[in-house]
Design a protein around this ligand. Structure first.
Ligand SMILES: Cc1cc2nc3c(=O)[nH]c(=O)nc-3n(C[C@H](O)[C@H](O)[C@H](O)COP(=O)(O)OP(=O)(O)OC[C@H]3O[C@@H](n4cnc5c(N)ncnc54)[C@H](O)[C@@H]3O)c2cc1C
Length: 484
């Protein structure tokens, strides 16, 4: 992992009293937004409360092992896809491993490999389900068209209108009768965290087609390297980034923003503020006036996405990990529930540089039985999940327990502590029909000069989407031409 270069970060004493734009939070959306604005000549400050930038796209090091905190791969990095185009447009210096197959779905009685090629995947499914051959043709064709309408922002498109009120399960029911095929086609729902019967078709299509058309990518050296590449470019373009600098207030005057107050009382002025942070925090803690009550009430009724328990293991070279395929492990053949799956990967199988010579990493993400508010004792939860997850992994890796050299675990509480995402939400608002597309929060807010970027706004969660979100927010700000 590249060391942070001190030249990329500004000390508090080096900050200007006024910027064109201040961005609250150095998540990927905030960094991308800031870099596009800096490239257009704006004077930009990004203030981040954590001591490293990246939000959920960070890595940490223990005894020579580099663990990715949350994000384990990125979609849409091919040259025609959103991240690929952004990398090109900004001139980011970053290399990716292309993951092919991109995923596996492992059920107790069968498993399916998902290649990084939509046509190949469709053909494999047609061989498994010959009776559904034509329906599979129709399904992938329709979803690809829907995906194009979504990324081209065609809000009035007849296809978006057709699917905007359908859950993904309802859409699958329209196309297929075979329950096993429907289970497979819904198998990656965990990437946006709402069950197939709840998740919006639009949200699922956005994520699924993006991955299937272009596969998934892993930044060489770990996910922090993706963040570092953006930071490097941002600061080269003259952007300021201050770390360990929590924004306590967004300052307002007459229904417009005028700046921010950092923890420790320092006030910095700007006519444009972009919030890349949890939307509840933005509208209920950071802002104390200038927003209509009905808007605050709407925010109060919206629902966060799910969160996870995470286990990071650094293990010895002697263990044979070939029994662990990257992908979703389900405890039943269906139906899906929130607490019957895990996601397991061996990042060192993709990038050996993440561990000391010949050592290996196992990363496991576990969905939880209890909601955030029902959990009383987080330490107890962590200990219980650590034990049961190691037991589970031992089924695939005999002798695992004695070969663990480093062990770290995180709960939703940990995710919240490091990113301030409400309830440790992995994906911002839940991706349900009433909270996606035009029902998700807009980049433009009721407060003049305040914009949103990130997974609490459109188009939704995941690195590819928040890159798009940050880019779009920058374009809106430049178009509004509020700052000169
Ligand atoms: C366990 C897990 C696994 C995931 N895996 C993947 C994956 O493999 N691929 C994928 O594409 N997506 C994945 N996601 C989803 C993805 O990580 C998120 O959707 C995305 O990173 C959100 O980016 P963001 O820019 O919106 O904000 P965030 O990453 O939430 O960043 C917000 C930033 O704002 C800072 N901040 C908050 N409040 C303040 C304040 N008051 N002042 C200053 N700074 C503040 C935070 O510290 C943080 O750095 C995963 C998420 C989780 C939790």
């Amino acid at each position: 992992m590249a060391k942070f270069d001190a030249k990329n970060f500004s000390g508090r004493s080096q900050l200007n009293g006024k910027y064109d734009v201040i961005i609250v939070g150095a998540g990927i959306a905030g960094l991308i937004c800031g870099t596009f604005l800096a490239k257009s000549g704006k004077k930009v400050l990004i203030a981040e409360q954590h001591y490293i930038p990246g939000g959920y796209c960070t890595s940490f090091k223990r005894k020579g092992f580099i663990f990715d905190s949350a994000v384990h791969h990125i979609g849409g990095c091919g040259k025609w896809s959103i991240v690929g185009r952004c990398v090109n447009e900004l001139g980011l210096e970053i290399d990716f491993h292309h993951l092919d197959p991109m995923d596996n779905l492992i059920f107790p009685s069968f498993s399916v490999e998902i290649p990084a090629d939509i046509d190949k995947y469709k053909e494999n499914l047609q061989l498994m389900f010959p009776d559904e051959k034509e329906c599979l043709d129709g399904f992938f064709k329709e979803l690809t068209k829907l995906y194009r309408s979504i990324i081209n922002n065609k809000a009035d498109s007849p296809l978006i209108n057709k699917y905007k009120d359908l859950t993904y399960l309802e859409t699958l029911d329209c196309f297929f009768s075979n329950p096993k095929l429907k289970t497979i086609l819904a198998g990656q729902w965990g990437y946006i965290g709402s069950l197939p019967g709840e998740v919006s078709t639009i949200g699922m299509c956005q994520m699924l087609i993006n991955y299937l058309k272009d596969g998934a990518y892993f930044p060489v050296g770990g996910t922090q390297e993706f963040t570092n590449a953006i930071v490097e470019r941002y600061t080269e373009l003259g952007g300021h980034l201050v770390l360990s600098a929590k924004v306590e207030k967004i300052l307002t005057d007459d229904s417009k923003v005028i700046g921010v107050a950092l923890a420790g009382e320092k006030e910095i002025k700007a006519d444009v503020i972009v919030s890349n942070v949890d939307a509840k925090q933005t509208f209920t803690t950071l802002i104390s006036s200038g927003i209509d009550n009905s808007f605050i009430e709407k925010i109060g009724k919206m629902k966060e996405s799910i969160s996870f328990y995470l286990l990071y293991l650094g293990v010895s070279a002697d263990l044979n990990l070939s029994g662990l395929k990257r992908g979703f492990y389900y405890q039943t053949d269906g139906p899906y529930t929130h607490d019957n799956w895990k996601y397991i990967s061996v990042p060192t199988a993709v990038d050996k540089s993440l561990a000391p010579e010949n050592k290996q990493i196992i990363f496991t993400l576990v969905s939880l039985k209890k909601a955030y508010d029902e959990t009383v004792n987080w330490e107890e939860l962590k200990d219980d999940y650590t034990e049961s997850t190691i037991d589970y992994l031992t089924r695939f890796v005999p002798g695992l327990r004695n070969q663990i050299e480093v062990i770290e675990a995180a709960t939703p509480k940990t995710l919240k502590r490091y990113t301030l995402n409400s309830k440790g939400a992995a994906y911002g608002w839940a991706v349900t029909n009433d909270q996606i597309a035009s029902n998700r929060l807009s980049h433009i807010t009721p407060l003049k000069g305040l914009y949103l970027a990130g997974h609490w706004t459109t188009p939704g969660p995941g690195i590819s989407s928040v890159v798009s979100s940050g880019w779009k927010a920058a374009n809106i700000i430049l178009k509004d031409n509020i700052t000169n």
